[in-house]
Design a protein around this ligand. Structure first.
Ligand SMILES: [Zn+2]
Length: 227
């Protein structure tokens, strides 16, 4: 459309009329609105640890299980805004599958519950969120683990590091059960180190959790855009 025609339409219809016309065109599919590559995808999100399993404990006493859940809940909202369907392995501070078990040592059984949730829901990808820990308190940085999905891992890792501005440890192939047992491409992200004072403070803060969620969301969107 040239600007002359647009001006005539605007004069004839007025602002409300023009708005109505654009709405009709959008709904009729004559004008295509940009759709996110995440639209219609099923994303399984796993907040690492939970309940009696605290995960790593930070230098100031905070627990990994709380950071992972907070980050996952932020990420869930972001993905849903993009039109994705999100499946969570846990929604609160509990250990998935724990109630069914007599003792905590049956860790394999507990992990099976998480992958079962992702598999039963036919998720397109699974992302497990964790915080790292190292005996050396100087160690910082972000890494992404994978078993069968190096491209997904590289894409999530690069967007995550770009969003956080953290040290890029890179992607690592490792046979965590949650990665080997899942039917779909799966990654486990270690956002940062709770054993480092500065990074622990970041990992506990809401704005850094939002940045991490943004990085993962953008990584997933880029991954599906390339499929
Ligand atoms: Zn962990």
């Amino acid at each position: 459309m040239d600007h002359g025609i647009l001006r005539i339409i605007r004069i004839r219809l007025g602002i409300t009329g023009t708005f109505l016309l654009i709405t009709i065109l959008l709904n009729s599919g004559m004008v295509m609105a940009a759709k996110s590559a995440l639209h219609g995808k099923v994303i399984a999100l796993d907040a690492g640890h939970g309940g009696p399993d605290h995960g790593a404990i930070g230098v100031s006493g905070g627990a990994e299980k709380d950071n992972t859940l907070a980050t996952v809940l932020i990420l869930k909202e972001m993905l849903e805004k993009e039109g994705a369907e999100v499946v969570l392995t846990r929604h609160a501070d509990y250990l998935p599958g724990y109630k069914r078990l007599s003792d905590l040592e049956r860790l394999a059984e507990l992990i099976r519950t998480r992958t079962d949730i992702a598999n039963a829901n036919n998720a397109d990808v699974l992302v497990s969120v964790h915080n790292d820990s190292n005996p050396d308190p100087a160690v910082t940085g972000t890494s992404t683990y994978y078993w069968r999905s190096p491209i997904l891992a590289r894409t999530v890792q690069s967007h995550l590091v770009a969003a956080l501005g953290s040290r890029d440890i890179g992607t690592i192939r490792h046979g965590f059960r949650i990665l080997t047992r899942s039917k779909m491409p799966a990654v486990l992200v270690e956002i940062g180190f709770l054993s480092n004072t500065a990074e622990e403070k970041l990992l506990r803060s809401n704005w850094y959790q939002v940045k991490a969620a943004q990085g993962i969301m953008k990584g997933l969107r880029a991954y599906f855009a390339d499929r």
